[in-house]
Design a protein around this ligand. Structure first.
Ligand SMILES: Nc1ncnc2c1ncn2[C@@H]1O[C@H](COP(=O)(O)OP(=O)(O)OP(=O)(O)O)[C@@H](O)[C@H]1O
Ligand SMILES: [Mg+2]
Length: 221
């Protein structure tokens, strides 16, 4: 199964070391929360684990695949088919409606969308997005955009989902909805979840919490 093994990962920006040789394992089917102060390196770590960014040294393995050794093309395919990623700042395509945004990973993978339409409707309704499904991202509130980004990562049934502050812009009720959906996916379908979160409620949903301080693991509970 798809354990995620992070080994001796280092990353610097502009000569400043941001991640100092981090190593840990996320078990297949685990729901892990990563917390820490602003600037501690959480998004950098998540980006490297999700194949969005490359480390300077060290490796990340997801199941059988060492993602840090893949070519750009192989990595793009892995990210389309196996990994769901929710960016801290959403990354929705502004010229596409909500509906088209959530189907983008499926279309990019050359699959027919029909098989996913019922599930998309169900998730849109669960996340209170029915009313905006034909709207463009710029006309949505921050919280709505965030829920669309989460939905897009969930729809194509990835084995692993990485989320950077998935509830950062949500009021407590919507945050709870998103977290419960993640917990359900995790329990029912065994999807491995790694979320970066500032909130205590958010961390409470995970099986385990890793706290990052200045690019090092401070606590692992
Ligand atoms: N592309 C980049 N170029 C230069 N510096 C960067 C880059 N990305 C991140 N950094 C720096 O690395 C450090 C860690 O950034 P990162 O985004 O990982 O923090 P974070 O823990 O996610 O913070 P926040 O909670 O505010 O999102 C910061 O000091 C940031 O300025
Ligand atoms: Mg961040």
């Amino acid at each position: 199964m798809a354990d995620i093994i992070v080994s001796n990962v280092k990353k610097s920006f502009d000569g400043r070391e941001i991640l100092h040789s981090l190593s840990f394992t996320v078990k297949s089917g685990e729901f892990l929360s990563v917390t820490g102060e602003s600037g501690s390196g959480k998004s950098t770590l998540l980006g490297i684990m999700g194949g969005v960014m490359r480390p300077d040294e060290g490796s990340v393995r997801i199941g059988e695949t060492e993602i840090t050794a893949l070519s750009e093309k192989e990595l793009a395919k892995m990210r389309r088919t196996k990994i769901g990623y929710v960016y801290q700042f959403f990354n929705l395509i502004p010229t596409m409606t909500v509906w088209d945004n959530v189907f983008l990973p499926i279309r990019l993978d050359g699959k027919k969308t029909a098989a996913y339409e019922a599930r998309a409707e169900e998730l849109l309704s669960f996340m209170k997005l029915d009313a905006v499904k034909d709207s463009y991202p710029a006309t949505l509130s921050g919280g709505e955009q965030q829920r669309v980004a989460v939905l897009r990562a969930l729809l194509y049934s990835p084995e692993v989902i990485f989320l950077d502050e998935p509830t950062g812009n949500l009021d407590s009720e919507n945050a709870k909805n998103v977290l419960e959906l993640l917990a359900e996916l995790n329990k029912k379908y065994g999807v491995t979840i790694v979320q970066v979160t500032h909130s205590e409620i958010g961390a409470g949903y995970g099986d385990r919490v890793i706290t990052i301080k200045d690019g090092r693991i401070e606590k692992c509970l």
